[in-house]
Design a protein around this ligand. Structure first.
Ligand SMILES: Nc1ncnc2c1ncn2[C@@H]1O[C@H](COP(=O)(O)OP(=O)(O)OP(=O)(O)O)[C@@H](O)[C@H]1O
Length: 702
């Protein structure tokens, strides 16, 4: 059956969409209407991680025992003492830096290429895993750092500091770990400092994939000599160049991630100020340990219930570190023990700034290891995407209903290693805390190295909800949903994250009408100047024209285009541009919005010269008229249409930002956003949704 299932999955992949979409398209949209673009995307998304993921010999964390990689202008080096580079570890902000949500935020501007809105940062210099803008371009307090890690680095500290003043950040108390799940603690034994950005790579691979300044390596004994740095890590069959580019991108992403709060303790560590210069940033998790345990291919049955197999079935024995088992009594922090964060020298300045009330940042003490998935009772399968299978489950101790996303380990076909997409998602979601971003509670494991992200459970996703609705949302409801979506997107962009896969199936809703963005597998950090990114991001229907036309440099505007497509879909209850490949997608866009001209900001892109249909008019208003007597098309006021038009503006530099969109008059005119909106009868939809998932399971088994 398993083989059959895989075959079906493969077949499904050849139709280029996830099972959910498969079902959706199968039932709702003719097959011919969708998907071949998705095929490319899937291939790419799979290949995207292929060579960058090399299974190391660890368990859950799979942390290589690599010394700390330091990134400097795209190169890495190691240093004996990262603390010697304090200046390089800071990210400095220009004068218009604003403080919001406990994070320093800089306003955005358009880059000279018109490729998107950039933070008003001049040249970014990446050093020591942190980003810094060239000093001649701005003068801002060097002490200002970007901090958004939830990870507590200090075992003894029950609280950590964050950049925001007066923010209490409680440590989420975790119960005792599953006795068989000691992989994370096990990795806290090594002596080298490594980055979570290379979690999926063995030390050798880390060296292979990055340029290393050997002179600065303090301990070369643990590294193999760098291989051909330009070569992919594995033989590639397709899209090798693209793959190499993607690997670079992946690597850059993690080295640029900034988790300056994070600390990994060692037994001997005393509580440290997390602003310590040596604290890791940019997605790195520093660990002390050198014991490596062999990681094995995940063999867990994703369809099985979370019943713990007999203890004799576990295979970690000889690999586990005995003292990795944690004493239950000592396990878990105490929310009451939180203390105020301070941003050291910044405090006086910050006191001048009126700070909005923000939710506290989540903290998870990584040292506590992760609990077992057997702490949860599996209730039902919710959905399956490219990167994970999502279940509804109940916390056996608290009774809380959660969503468990089992990370697919085999998304990088033919490769070992923890998938980069999963690392990104876990890292980002653990870092963020916003009402419009889905909350991650913890990461748990099964006995087969399966890794699960425990998320707050949401009753619907927008796609499923719209499928089940007979009528489109009312304008007040659309406003309310759009407002929440824009708040989430604004939060991401303020925190330098591009989601890169905003679509209705990645927008969740609970029965209270609360909206949350999920699926951060394709997200990445952005900065200035723009780096070449992969153009194979964002599900085709929501993909911005600049990406479709081959732009390699893009920014937050790509998410805003997706938001525009989502707004149109909320209004019409049908996707706006549903091309089945890139050409058709562009064709559909141009037929509605008019073929872009030289002034569109797209004329320099590689695909612009292609012979597209010439359609000089913007016909969007026809689809969303100001009044309709037949009720066949959704009505939209002048100001609502203006917002939609600005979201779907060709020129990425002129496309409206999330912040400006939130201030748009549409949200202030009547009807007001319907805050009392609650999705349709919850039980029925939940039931339907589960029925659907059962139907999907059947299809997969055939
Ligand atoms: N916290 C949650 N609560 C309820 N349902 C969820 C939750 N997270 C995800 N889902 C459901 O699972 C589906 C797939 O989740 P997700 O998009 O994270 O997986 P994926 O493998 O990354 O998908 P994709 O193929 O779109 O990349 C979502 O569309 C949603 O229906």
């Amino acid at each position: 059956m398993a083989t059959g299932r895989v075959d079906v999955l493969r077949r499904r992949d050849s139709y280029n969409y996830s099972k959910r979409e498969f079902e959706y398209y199968r039932n709702g949209v003719s097959r011919g209407d969708v998907g071949h673009g998705r095929s490319d995307e899937l291939k790419h998304r799979s290949g995207f991680h292929q060579s960058s993921n090399v299974r190391d010999s660890q368990g859950y964390g799979r942390l290589p025992s690599a010394p700390e990689p330091l990134v400097k202008n795209g190169k890495t080096r190691r240093s004996e003492d990262a603390a010697q580079l304090p200046a390089e570890k800071k990210i400095e902000f220009s004068d218009d830096v604003k403080h919001k949500n406990g994070l320093h935020r800089s306003s955005k501007m358009c880059d000279s290429r018109g490729s998107g809105r950039l933070p008003n940062a001049p040249e970014l210099v990446v050093k020591n895993c942190k980003t810094r803008r060239s000093e001649d371009a701005y003068q801002s307090p060097p002490e200002k750092k970007r901090k958004f890690s939830p990870i507590i680095w200090d075992k003894e500290e029950k609280e950590v500091r964050v950049s925001s003043k007066n923010r209490v950040v409680p440590v989420i108390p975790l119960p005792s770990p599953h006795p068989d799940v000691a992989r994370l603690p096990a990795i806290a034994k090594v002596e080298d400092v490594v980055s979570v950005g290379v979690l999926s790579k063995s030390p050798a691979r880390v060296v292979e994939s990055l340029e290393v300044e050997v002179s600065e390596i303090s301990d070369v004994s643990q590294f193999e000599a760098p291989a051909d740095l330009s070569a992919p890590l594995h033989p590639q069959k397709v899209g090798e160049d693209e793959q190499v580019q993607n690997n670079k991108e992946d690597t850059e992403f993690f080295y640029q991630r900034d988790i300056s709060l994070s600390k990994w303790p060692s037994d001997s560590d005393s509580p440290r100020d997390i602003s310590d210069d040596s604290s890791p940033e940019s997605g790195e998790i520093r660990i002390k340990s050198s014991r490596l345990s062999r990681a094995r291919t995940s063999g867990s049955d994703i369809e099985g219930s979370f019943e713990k197999p007999g203890s004799g079935d576990t295979h970690y024995g000889d690999e586990l570190c005995d003292d990795a088992h944690m004493d239950a009594d000592n396990y878990g922090g105490n929310a009451d023990d939180s203390q105020f964060y301070s941003d050291s020298e910044d405090d006086s300045d910050l006191s001048q700034i009126e700070e909005p009330e923000v939710p506290t940042q989540k903290c998870i003490n990584m040292l506590q290891g992760c609990r077992s998935v057997f702490e949860y009772e599996r209730l039902n399968h919710i959905s399956e995407g490219t990167y994970g299978v999502v279940f509804r489950a109940r916390d056996k101790k608290t009774g809380e209903i959660v969503a468990l996303k089992k990370m697919k380990m085999d998304v990088d076909k033919g490769c070992d290693g923890f998938p980069m997409s999963a690392l990104r998602e876990i890292n980002i979601l653990l870092s963020f805390n916003h009402p419009s971003v889905v909350g991650v509670k913890e990461v748990v494991m099964d006995d087969f190295d399966g890794v699960y992200m425990v998320m707050e459970h949401m009753d619907h996703d927008l796609k499923g909800l719209m499928e089940s609705m007979k009528q489109p949302f009312s304008i007040g409801e659309v406003k309310y949903l759009m407002k929440q979506l824009l708040e989430g997107v604004e939060y991401l962009h303020d925190n330098w994250i591009l989601h890169r896969d905003l679509k209705t199936s990645n927008i969740l809703l609970n029965n209270e009408g609360e909206l949350k963005i999920c699926d951060f597998g394709l997200s990445r950090q952005y900065g200035s100047p723009l780096k070449p990114y992969t153009s194979l991001v964002v599900t085709l229907w929501y993909r911005a024209p600049e990406i479709l036309l081959g732009a390699k440099q893009y920014s937050t505007a790509i998410d805003m285009w997706s938001v525009g497509c989502i707004m149109a879909e909320l209004l019409a209850k049908a996707p706006l541009f549903s091309g089945k490949d890139e050409i058709e997608q562009l064709d559909k866009i141009f037929k509605t919005l008019g073929t872009p001209d030289e002034k569109s900001g797209l004329s320099k892109l590689p695909g612009f010269k292609a012979n597209f249909v010439k359609q000089p008019y913007n016909l969007l208003r026809k689809k969303f008229p100001a009044a309709s007597f037949t009720g066949s098309c959704p009505v939209l006021s002048e100001s609502g249409f203006d917002l939609l038009k600005r979201l779907l503006c060709y020129n990425p530099a002129e496309r409206i930002t999330a912040k400006d969109a939130l201030n748009h008059t549409w949200f202030h005119e009547s009807p007001e956003p319907r805050r009392d909106f609650k999705p349709i009868t919850p039980d029925r939809h939940v039931h339907d949704r589960h029925l659907n998932s059962r139907r999907r399971e059947k299809i997969l088994q055939q």
